[in-house]
Write a protein that binds this ligand. Structure first.
Ligand code: CTP
Ligand code: MG
Length: 240
């Protein structure tokens, strides 16, 4: 983490970490589920701290665990209670940004193995002039659009589809306008760029990273454990 990056604009990351993790199960909020002996959120925040361009980190934690999470992450990370839905958690965290932040990234705590280089690549693309930037990967599976009964309506050509990851990066005023425009009206939007698209703001894509996958179900956690076990000691944080 640096105070001011080379472009002279400060970059913050908002980390929604207040979800319950119902699909993963296990009786603990997902962000606190251990991965390699440490909570997933700690891995995610460590990667953000290791990014060169990040100067502030704000975490939206499960409301009953704000103090626990705050102690876990230390004094450099601001921790606030999250909301009922992901959009509520992000909206609340946006209010805690320092005044001089110009670029905001939003990054899921549930993507604990995201490389710091991807965080910097997203930040750099926004600093370079794009109002909104998302990391994407080509799809492995074919995707079908279906009706309420599960009958196939159509098959969009896979070549034109992308799977979307986080961190997603925005000029601060763009993201704030997107969230302000949605007050009291929670749409079926599943990522932050989706809100920005509704304003008609162009969203640029950059290549994502395989390690930035989201831990959603039990098999994802097994995969994350396996990847972490193969990392060099220093990089995995187990030496510190
Ligand atoms: N999130 C949040 N506040 C919520 C819901 C989700 O901050 N009210 C966060 C999660 O903690 C996670 C990210 O948004 O880091 C992506 O959400 P998801 O993967 O769906 O996590 P959960 O909502 O915890 O999982 P599930 O949907 O299986 O309950
Ligand atoms: Mg969820």
């Amino acid at each position: 983490m640096t105070a001011v990056n080379e472009a002279g604009a400060r970059v913050a990351v908002v980390v929604p970490a207040a979800g319950r993790g119902e699909r993963l199960g296990g009786g603990v909020p997902k962000a606190l589920r251990p991965l390699g002996g440490r909570p997933m959120l700690v891995h995610a925040v460590q990667a953000l701290s290791a990014a060169e361009l990040v100067s502030q980190i704000v975490v939206a934690a499960p409301p009953t665990l704000v103090e626990v999470v705050s102690r876990l992450l230390g004094p450099d990370v601001r921790v606030l209670p999250g909301g009922a839905e992901r959009v509520d958690s992000v909206r609340g965290a946006l209010r805690a940004l320092d005044d001089d932040i110009r670029v905001v990234l939003v990054h899921d705590a549930a993507r604990p193995l995201t490389p710091p280089s991807l965080v910097d690549a997203v930040a750099r693309a926004v600093l370079g002039g794009h109002p909104a930037v998302i990391p994407v990967l080509p799809l492995a599976d074919t995707v079908k659009e279906v009706d309420a009964d599960g009958r196939v309506l159509r098959t969009p050509p896979r070549g034109g589809l992308r799977a979307v990851q986080t961190p997603q990066g925005f000029r601060r005023e763009v993201l704030e306008a997107a969230y302000a425009s949605q007050d009291g009206d929670l749409p079926a939007v599943t990522d932050d760029a989706g809100l920005v698209e509704r304003l008609g703001v162009p969203v640029a894509t950059i290549p994502g990273a395989d390690e930035a996958f989201k831990v959603t179900r039990a098999a994802d956690l097994l995969f994350a454990e396996a990847l972490l076990a193969r990392r060099p000691l220093a990089e995995s944080g187990r030496s510190s």
